[in-house]
Design a protein around this ligand. Sequence first.
Ligand code: SF4
Length: 1002
Amino acid sequence: MDLFARELLLPRNVARSLHIDDGLSASAIALKLGAPFEVVAQQLFDALLMPPVPSAKAAPHVERPLNPLQAAAAAHRGDAYLLEAGPGSGKTQTLIARVEGLLEEGIDPRRILLLTFSNKAAGEMAERIARKRPEAAAAMWIGTFHAFGLDIIHRFHAELGLPRDPRLMDRTEAVELLEEEFPRLRLLHYRNLYDPTQIIADMLAAISRAKDEVVDAATYAALADAMVAKAESPEARELAERAGEVACVYAAYERLKRNAHCVDFGDLVALPVQLLEADAAIRTTLEAQHDHVLVDEYQDVNRSSVRLLRALRPDGLHLWVVGDANQSIYRFRGASSFNMSRFGKEDFSSGKRGRLKRNYRSVPEIVAAFSGFATTMGAAGADSGLEADRKGKGEQPELRTVARAEQQQVALADAIDELHRQGYSYRDQAVLCTGNERLATIGQDLERLGVPVLFLGSLFERPEVKDLLALLSVLVDRRAMGLVRIACWPEFMASFGDVAAIFEHLRAVEQTPGSWLQSIESIPGLSDAGRLAFGRLAVALSGLDQTTAPWTALAMLLLDRTRIAASLGKSEDLADRTRGIAIWQFLNFIRVQPAGRGLPIRRLLDRVRRLVRLGDDRDLRQLPAAAQHLDAVRLMTIHGAKGLEFGAVHLPGLNSDTIPRIPPPPPCPAPDGMIAGADGSALESFRAGQAEEQECLFYVAQSRARDRLILFAPTEKTNGHNRPLSPFLDRLGTTLVRRSVAPERALPVAEEARTIELVIEGRLRFGAPQIALYESCPRRFFYTHVLQVGGRRTATSFMHLHEAVRSVVEAVIASDVPVTERDLEDRTDAALAGEGLADHGYHTEFRDLALTMLRFFLSSRTRAVAEAPIALSLNFGGEEIIVQPDEVLVRPDGTRAVRRIRTGHLRSAETKDVGAAALIMAVGKAFPGAVVELVHLSDREVHPLSLSGRELEGRKDKLARFLGDIRAGQFPAEISSRTCPNCPAFFICGPTPDGPLQKKFA
Ligand code: SF4
């Protein structure tokens, strides 16, 4: 049922009153009104979780008259025209004036095409034209390049060999499709036999980049071949071979996508370009339909967009584009100031140019700062400065330095409060950063410092959404690890001891997920309070199980079984408002899940991990329009702030390690010759492009500010050494006032960083890999080895393959008799069958891979005599670390090799971490003169392991310190968007219940 019909059946204010004032649950309201539960629940969620929109009318939009440069640009007719328009110079107003002029001249609005890059910009353009000429706006084609391309695909689907309405395949689905195909592709450089998700995503990014350049799979392969032919060094040959492997994946992907009757995002422009360039009749048809083509944000176009424009307006007649090369910040999708520089030359050769020179947005002090910076930038160059139209206020941009990083957020909070006292509302202040991860930390810190912030960040990593995911996980997880989070909810609050008692009980008994909730009375070790808390949880989850649809389960929990939604709906607190919005967004996301195999909750959890891992959850970070009026500081990435303006802008992190920051080169570099206009190798052009983009980011960030611009930077590293400031600051010259500040308050400790009250009986005793886990993430160590709920995330077919190989390796090591090829094959077949891979569609490929790994393993121990591996022990002040080698071989020359066998690939940290150091130390003590080896079967490589005396001493100190920190209950989280989605504790990581946790390790 759509929104309109729902509102007719049950207006939101009525739903809200029935639930909050009358205390009726969603089910009770549904029964009372005879309405479906889903409809009532949806109305209640809208009414309770979304902030009410104030009824005050928006102030009328007042437009100033065009200045002479704007008027001349709007009046231009004939040849192609590029208007270079810096921030706040009135570019949209000029574009709209041109449209109005065309309409006044009698141009049929259906013959006007307006293109831009983002839906947001397209919506704003449509809205502003509609304000003046509503009928004309409805008749024009206004939208993004991709929407326009999709329109062409729909119209000419037969010529493109596509169904009438092809489905849009997103990256997550594409990765899944290629994962299935991966074993057959037999890649050498890009093979990842353990978990190919990331490398496939990287290759898809390379393919998407190729589509930006309208380079298809065959052309990609030809470019790779040309590189092979030219390669004169092993490095050049490897680069060429890598490009060839991407070409192979590209071809496979295109085939699979077509078989699924799908197109992808890159196809939306690339396919129409190929069609128009190849088919003169279609080109003529489309060319004749639009007399006037206008493009906003021309600095964001990539080559495929330019080629689309060239196909539509080959001679450039009546093509009018506006952009600002200094704001070119979409390199990753192929946009570059290169396209601006070609305009009127290689592209649309008869094209003319104009430039707007007046900034109407910012005070002169701020215009002077970013304009001065602009004249030193590589993108638009020396004459791209602007003059301010506004009168000065006397407030120059400021740099506030603090000593240490954690003081920066306090200085930021102080500055926000200071400006608030001066009359700047919170909503008219913005904190801008380059990345979302950094922004999330700043947002949490500001909240703890009492500053109201509006920021969703990564939806699935927000505490209230994690709470719901943890709750759902209890319905599918036999060990109920989500309890560690749920026991922190006020509704089900329980002590750590009670949670541990449930975990212990579940370790001992085999039960279906959630069934323990029916027998709480018989679980040993629970306190009375614990039984009551889990009893309430049992009531809240009664009737729900692993087959329940996630949305239904949460709707019942939030609206029928608890008053959680009601209390959020009643709250005036801004943090509660943001929580409500996040939950609303999450519920909307889970309402309709793609079809697939397996249990719905399990599928949802797997999908969430994958979305976060691939960064495909970005759309869910957008705040709904209803949130825009809330009086809270806006936290945004610089990309997200483009096109917006604020009274005050705060820019933290102005250090040389933050901006400019050149990211690592793409894992799958483009083949030479693919990127139009690139000088030198793909790598060189990547670096040059990134350097230019960093300047553009800084420029965009500064130019969002109307009245106040405050920059922040710490000057010391954690070790007390000097932390250099960003070199961009010197380029602001005297336009920037510098002062150091010393905040008076301290940053409050985050809830999840609290020390855990561990009561340890006896000494600590851990294996070397366990302590290595503490080094990579102490929090993960805590879940896995203290709470013992780490477990595993859902195993993929590849993981089953590795399990099978591992079991054969263990059997071979344990066996005294030599293994023949026949034995090996039989054991492999049995192990694969044991892992459920016997009937897999790629059984043959999996078997080949397994046998390749195992044959390598056997070859690596040829002619050596195996000794029974024994556990070795290291003592650290009474605590113990156990080292268990996988095998010990004595080679024909008498050398003893103590080996650790891994089926996967070598990780970069593995040869240097404390686990490796413990192995070396223990072997050195037990077998003087022995060598230590790491064997990685996926790499088919044996790495001798060694550390210098100094390195070993350093690791020894670390091991002692880690053991001390474990005893002291220190388990800080090492949050990383790359590793966390793979962590078994991903859905539960965060706060822990109160109370001591008793533990015995030895
Ligand atoms: S989710 Fe991330 S931070 Fe939390 S335990 Fe796992 S790896 Fe550590």
